[in-house]
Design a protein around this ligand. Structure first.
Ligand code: CUA
Length: 144
């Protein structure tokens, strides 16, 4: 009895106390109209405030658009991403980003890049014959 009660308590504390949870489901879109639906009609990297960026990203077999993202050191980057075909994944291990990209769903996740460098990301959900080639990188350039 104590074990399930303890686990439930731990779950409630992490979900509501520590605000840990699954990446937010920022919305739903028509998966057949991705290229016509804002913001995905204009994928890219956008500076929304000093040091804050939004990356509007579309995943499709077998490429991320954009797949090279350049931001300055110290940036906070919010990825807003979806899939235009099958289920993909977006895994950027250096910044603890790990989300599924589902057709019709918008994933939103924020990461910080305090140090210059190149941080690769990959699709980590099998999506077909060239799944292993589906990758990209965040290039964080020094501020100086
Ligand atoms: Cu996309 Cu695997």
């Amino acid at each position: 009895m104590a074990i399930p009660v303890g686990m439930l308590a731990a779950l409630l504390v992490t979900a509501f106390g520590a605000h840990l949870g699954l990446p937010g489901d920022a919305g739903r879109i028509d998966p057949t109209q991705v290229a016509q639906t804002p913001p995905f009609d204009r994928p890219g990297v956008f500076e929304v405030a000093p040091g804050r960026y939004e990356v509007v990203m579309v995943a499709g077999i077998w490429v991320f658009t954009p797949n090279v993202i350049t931001v300055p050191e110290g940036s906070e980057v919010t990825f807003i991403a979806t899939s235009r075909d099958v289920i993909h994944g977006f895994f950027l291990p250096h910044a603890d980003v790990n989300v599924m990209l589902l057709p019709g769903r918008v994933a939103r996740v924020t990461a910080r890049f305090p140090k210059a460098g190149e941080y690769p990301f990959v699709c980590h959900e099998y999506c077909g014959i060239a799944h292993h080639t589906m990758a990209g990188k965040v290039i964080v350039v020094p501020r100086s």
